[in-house]
Every structure is written in C-alpha cells, then in structure tokens.
Design a protein around this ligand. Structure first.
Ligand SMILES: *Cc1c(COP(=O)(O)O)cnc(C)c1O
Length: 381
C-alpha cells in the first residue's frame, strides 16, 4: 500500500497559476508591483464585496503589523489579543513596543470570549490605560461572535483588527470574513486555503487607508523625484510573481472551500459513533466556515488509553500528520509575563484538541488511510 505522507494542509494548484507567472516573466514585471499585484487586489475586492479595499503584501504578519500602525498603536499602548491563535497574531504588538493583554476563548467558536474581553477592557481602563485595539481571529475558518464583539468595540470605541488569515471564503450572515473589522487581514502562506507561496493582504474600508498601507509597505516614499522620507517605512509589498500564483488560486478558491468543507463532513461521518470525540462545527447557520482545518476535541479516558496525544501518535505511525490546536499565547514562554483574562477554555481546548488532515487535494485512498487509523484506534480500546 502507498504509505506516502499525508499532510495537514498542503498547497493545491488550480492550473492557471503558471500562466500568470509566465506573463510576469514575459513582460519582465519581476518586481514588488505590477499587473498581477493589481489584478489580485481586484479579484479579492470583487470576492469580498462590501466595498472592501485590498492591498497585497508580503505576508499576513506584515498586514497585522501595518494594520496596528494604521490603528494608531504606539510604544507603551495596550492591545487586546485572542490568546488562542498563531503567534503571528500577537508578534506585531511587540514589534511596536506595545503590550499584549491576552483574552480567553469561548466554547462555541473557540474565538475571543466577549465576557473575558469586556473584563480586560474594564480592568485596563480602571488602571488608567484604554486599550488601542482588539485583535480577534477566525480560528480554523470559523467566524468569531461577530455581532457581540462588534458591539463591545462600539461600546468602548476600540477598533477591531480582524485576523482573517485562516478564513478567506468564510462568512457570517452572508458577509465575507475579512470585511468586518476596522482592518482585515488575509494570509496566503503555503498552508492556507489558497497560497501565493508566501503572502498576505490588508483589507480596509476606504481607498485612502489602503493607499496609506501601501505607502508604508513601500518604504514610505514621499512624492518627490529623489528618495525622500518623512516617516519610517517597511518593505512589505507582494511581488508580481507571487501575485500571479494568487490570481490563479482565486479561480479555484470556491472549489477549494467546497473540498475543505467535504473533509469536515468526512470527519463528522467518521466520528459520528465515537462519543468521546466532537468535531469542531459552527454553532448555527448564520456561520459559514471554509473549514480550513478540521479539528476535533477528544475527551480523555485514562483507563482506555484514549487521549489527544495517543491518537496523534497513532496517526504519526501511519505517516499521517495531525497537530495539537494552537497553543494559547499566554502559555508561550515568550508571552507568559503578559496579562491574561479568562477561564482556561483555551487551555482545555489545547490539551484535548487535534487538527486533522484537511487539504483540498486529499484523495479517496488517503481518506481511507485516515479512517483506518481512527477505526483501529477506537475499536481496539
Ligand atoms: C497564518 C496566520 C497568520 C500569519 O500569516 P503569514 O502570511 O504566515 O504571515 C496570522 N494569523 C493567523 C491566525 C494565521 O493562521
């Protein structure tokens, strides 16, 4: 039997990526600007709707960094950040010399908990420092509690940076993720739902803000014949080569969302009779997830030898990649000295949660191999 590695999430080309890349070579647009960059931005603006303005950047992390700058975050400021996420959501807070306050997750969407968020805001204000921004994440493609978080943002007048790096193609009440926050962030890293090999984008509510982001991303060059700078700049623009890959990927985005959602259905079916396992699923029909990664929570049973780690090792023995959920930021050595608000929901998800192979390019044979591991793991118990 074929025993080649089954990955959690690997790049999946549609076919026309190379055509756009070749065009870039043929016209010698091998630069961090050009027709593919403009084309990808247009494609994303059309896809997101809602009068979104998009700036293509070198990574999602760069988009978060510039997003925080645009929201006015400076050294010494406080920024609230969902604890359960990838470190890239939080690192740019530190790039700016600001302080992260980490906020727990709620159990429905695994994203930022409104109760803990409000507690953090009230506490910071009481200590004399109103937070500058809220970083909320759509984990694994599942939208956060959009309306509740929005109302807290409005109540305290603190802007939201919407980290939609995992959620291109997800939506809430028909509105695309990426368009809810004051600033939205997308990622096209190699493991994301579509890829430009590496890249990201910032989503803004006006052309002026997008232009400001692009200005910062291209070394903050003033309008002058010589190189003139009045502000600190960054080299964060996407290259025209990468954007060519992105234009090809945009043609297959909805197909890939459909295929990822089929992987989620596959796991729902596979685990339906195993009552110690819950497949992470949206709370109701207002939520539409791209199910970038399918994830499960396992109720540990020491007597039967069932827990997250035992199942992970069973997959590993079959050359199948699976991975614990994101380790919360407030538990990371690099961030553990910063404040945390919540009730250890994220901690318990991290203890018992596992991400499973979710790629849009998995084959029937690979699904069969995954099913065999699950069946023999749970039946042997
Ligand atoms: C991938 C990811 C990012 C960072 O995107 P890059 O393009 O890899 O820099 C940020 N936040 C979350 C939640 C992510 O999953």
């Amino acid at each position: 039997m074929n025993n080649s590695k089954i990955w959690l999430s690997s790049p999946h080309m549609g076919g026309s990526e190379q055509k756009f890349v070749n065009e870039a070579f043929d016209t010698n647009w091998v630069a961090p600007l050009g027709p593919n960059v403009n084309g990808l931005e247009k494609d994303l603006e059309n896809y997101l709707g809602n009068e979104a303005h998009v700036g293509a950047l070198s990574s999602g992390t760069a988009a978060i960094h510039l997003g925080l700058i645009l929201l006015g975050v400076q050294a010494g400021d406080t920024v609230l950040c969902q604890s359960m996420t990838f470190s890239a959501s939080a690192n740019p807070i530190l790039y700016l010399g600001a302080t992260p306050f980490f906020v727990d997750s709620e159990k429905q969407t695994w994203n930022i908990c409104p109760v803990a968020l409000e507690e953090a805001i009230v506490d910071s204000i009481a200590k004399g420092k109103k937070p500058k921004a809220i970083i909320a994440v759509h984990l694994y493609g599942v939208p956060y509690q959009i309306e509740t978080i929005q109302s807290i943002s409005t109540k305290y007048n603190i802007p939201v940076l919407e980290d939609s790096a995992e959620a291109l193609g997800s939506s809430y009440k028909g509105q695309q993720c990426g368009t809810f926050g004051d600033i939205g962030v997308l990622s096209f890293n190699g493991n994301k739902i579509i890829t430009t090999s590496g890249g990201g984008a910032i989503v803004t509510k006006s052309k002026e803000i997008k232009d400001r982001a692009v200005f910062f991303a291209t070394q903050s060059r003033d309008n002058a014949p010589h190189y003139q700078h009045s502000e600190i700049g960054y080299n964060y623009r996407m290259s025209n080569i990468c954007a060519g890959i992105g234009r090809g990927q945009m043609e297959v985005l909805d197909d890939h969302v459909g295929l990822r959602r089929k992987m989620h259905d596959f796991y729902v079916e596979l685990f339906k009779d195993i009552d110690t396992v819950t497949v992470f699923t949206v709370p109701n029909d207002d939520y539409f997830s791209n199910y970038w990664l399918s994830a499960i929570v396992i109720e540990p049973n020491a007597e039967l030898g069932i827990d997250r780690e035992a199942l992970r090792l069973a997959f590993e023995a079959a050359n199948i990649e699976s991975r614990p959920l994101w380790k919360p930021m407030h538990l990371q050595p690099v961030f553990e000295s910063y404040p945390y608000y919540g009730n250890k929901v994220a901690e318990s998800l991290f203890e018992n949660g596992l991400c499973l192979p979710s790629g849009s390019n998995l084959t029937d044979e690979e699904r069969e191999r995954i099913a065999e591991v699950v069946k023999s793991f749970f039946c042997a118990k």
